[in-house]
Design a protein around this ligand. Structure first.
Ligand SMILES: CC(=O)SCCNC(=O)CCNC(=O)[C@H](O)C(C)(C)COP(=O)(O)OP(=O)(O)OC[C@H]1O[C@@H](n2cnc3c(N)ncnc32)[C@H](O)[C@@H]1OP(=O)(O)O
Ligand SMILES: CC(=O)C(=O)O
Length: 538
């Protein structure tokens, strides 16, 4: 039986950026767009070029290889032509494959927010879509407040959708902007749009989660005929968030209600990387993963001792709706040697490391990782540190250099002109091939000083690390009070454009940073010798 294609549209970098407390840098956006593209999304919406310097810079080049790269903006203002609308002009100049324009489709909004007539708004929709198509780009229209608009004035909401479609929009996306619509209403209203002449193959759904129904509403829309779902990683987004793609993707891929009828572009083998994708994204946001998130949460396949554990030991299907391995998660209780092994073998394979199931070194690696994670390490977000640990445990890693000692000082003092200054200085003693060198460097803060001192004189390796750059540094305090432990995550990049994350954990932030910096340099040296798996440095 032919299955119909559901197109996945990710708006993590646009609607996700509207989440209170979330603010992406250009570097963050590049890292996230790469993750999404690599995972197999059809569309990656990168933000709103022209709205702020970050998004404008992000759209200075195309950031995806396979996914369609989408710029977001709004329809032209009433009273000006499309070619004279500065917002639309700058959108058309952005480097993107497609443009998604938000359009008002609730007459109340047209009157109150835009202050123009209903017909003027329809003219803006038509002219804007035509301008996008004439500019050689795929046009999408986000019909803002479509469901509320339909309830208030069905004829007008339908006219907005149909105008966009007739003008050439590839996708007309029905938005539940305020997030209050319920699944039966979604089903009925989507059916009305299709009956009005906009085919389901050209319809999308953009659901917000204000009543906890964003995923259910997206699936209800698919049932009713839409073929594009917009959502975000881990469900971030304005107010209560957007439809969670990390929940929708496995539901579409694993649940018979959908698998028999639909397919997405996500390679079924990549589903096992879903937990890692979700957790890596949280690491990037510098926040703890939600333990109860469907499929990928640490508790999603956990059970307490007792009746459940006893049945699980007899057959895991007694308490699991899918296997944890299918989404890269782990079963808890049995501390699952079996589940653990499959998971590690898969993760190592991706990094080019082959290990057999009965190799005792694999058991050793699993127990080291579990012990370390219990003390605060998080390897999901630090692929390069995991790679080094795995290589050290399963085979070996060359002792390129040895740091005998380091010292970091922070001094607040008056300079020669009588200005108060805080100065950070680091001293590092390194041994290479029996020769010791001592480097002393001042930096912008203690971690920067330590980084510069570590990389100032690495003897015969110095020329190899000239293009190594640290582009992100994240600190998380793992438990409060005087017992606090610090986790540091560092993102590095080199001249080839490869990026990797390393981790360090200590009760001392400088020491944690030192561990992550060391892993980054060792990883770079291994990479220069073609000794790292592809997935560890993408
Ligand atoms: C539902 C959604 O999530 S839509 C996406 C919302 N995201 C954002 O707004 C984030 C980025 N936005 C911004 O940085 C700014 O709002 C900008 C740069 C786009 C515009 O800034 P400003 O020109 O200063 O306008 P401001 O933000 O104050 O108000 C929005 C204007 O857009 C108009 N507008 C809103 N939607 C539309 C639309 N679909 N079509 C045409 N005009 C629109 C409003 O009427 C208002 O116009 P006014 O200034 O004449 O009253
Ligand atoms: C466009 C959009 O983000 C919304 O209507 O919610």
């Amino acid at each position: 039986m032919t299955r119909e294609r559901i197109h996945l549209f990710d708006t993590t970098l646009r609607d996700g950026q509207q989440t209170p407390g979330i603010d992406f840098s250009v570097e963050d956006k590049i890292a996230i767009a790469t993750m999404l593209d690599d995972f197999g999304m059809d569309y990656v919406e990168g933000g709103y070029p022209g709205a702020n310097p970050t998004d404008t810079e992000f759209f200075s080049e195309k950031r995806t290889k396979t996914a369609r790269f989408v710029a977001f903006g709004m329809t032209k203002r009433a009273g000006v032509s499309a070619s004279n609308d500065p917002g639309l002009t700058s959108l058309l100049q952005a480097e993107s494959d497609a443009i998604c324009l938000v359009a008002k489709s609730w007459d109340f909004h047209v009157r109150v927010a835009l202050g123009c007539s209903n017909d003027e708004n329809l003219e803006s929709i038509k002219a804007s879509v035509e301008a996008v198509v004439a500019g050689g780009k795929e046009a999408l229209i986000d019909c803002e407040h479509f469901f509320d608009g339909y309830k208030a004035n069905p004829a007008y909401a339908l006219a907005c959708a149909k105008t966009a479609y007739d003008a050439g929009a590839r996708w007309v996306v029905l938005c539940d902007t305020n997030g209050g619509t319920q699944p039966p209403e979604i089903r009925d209203i989507v059916a009305a749009v299709i009956a009005h002449g906009v085919p389901g193959a050209n319809l999308g759904i953009h659901a917000h989660n204000d009543t906890g129904q964003a995923v259910a509403n997206s699936l209800a829309a698919v049932e009713a005929g839409v073929r594009q779902i917009q959502g975000t990683l881990n469900g971030i987004g304005e107010r209560c968030g957007n439809a969670n793609l990390i929940t929708l993707i496995p539901t579409l891929a694993l649940k018979e209600a959908y698998t028999s009828r639909f397919e997405t572009a996500i390679d079924p083998d990549r589903l096992q990387e879903l937990t890692q994708l979700s957790h890596s994204f949280d690491e990037l946001l510098n926040r703890s993963p939600d333990h109860q998130m469907p499929y990928v949460g640490a508790s999603a396949f956990a059970t307490k001792a007792g009746i459940h554990a006893s049945a699980l030991l007899k057959d895991p299907r007694t308490y699991e709706h899918v296997t944890p391995e299918s989404v890269g998660n782990l079963r808890k209780v049995m501390v699952s040697d079996q589940g653990g092994k499959a998971n590690f073998i898969n993760a190592l394979k991706r990094r080019g490391i082959a290990v057999s199931r009965d190799d005792p070194k694999l058991d050793k690696l699993i127990s080291i990782v579990k012990e370390r994670e219990a003390t605060g390490y998080a390897y999901e977000g630090a692929d390069a540190s995991f790679f080094i640990l795995a290589q050290r445990t399963l085979s070996s890693v060359p002792d390129f250099f040895h740091v005998e000692s380091f010292r970091v000082m922070v001094e607040r003092r008056f300079d020669a002109n009588g200005n108060l200054k805080t100065v950070s200085e680091a001293v590092v003693k390194v041994w290479i091939d029996g020769q010791a060198t001592m480097s002393v460097v001042e930096g912008h803060g203690p971690v920067n000083a330590l980084d510069l001192a570590l990389r100032k004189d690495l003897g015969k390796y110095q020329s190899e690390i000239e293009d190594l750059e640290l582009v992100d540094y994240k600190v998380r305090i793992l438990n409060g009070g005087s017992e606090a432990i610090t986790r540091v995550l560092i993102e590095s990049v080199d001249g080839s454009g490869a990026r990797w994350w390393t981790v360090g954990v200590s009760d001392n932030i400088i020491d944690a940073s030192f561990q992550a910096l060391m892993d980054s340099i060792v990883f770079k040296l291994l990479k220069n010798r073609d000794q790292v798996g592809l997935a560890a440095a993408e």
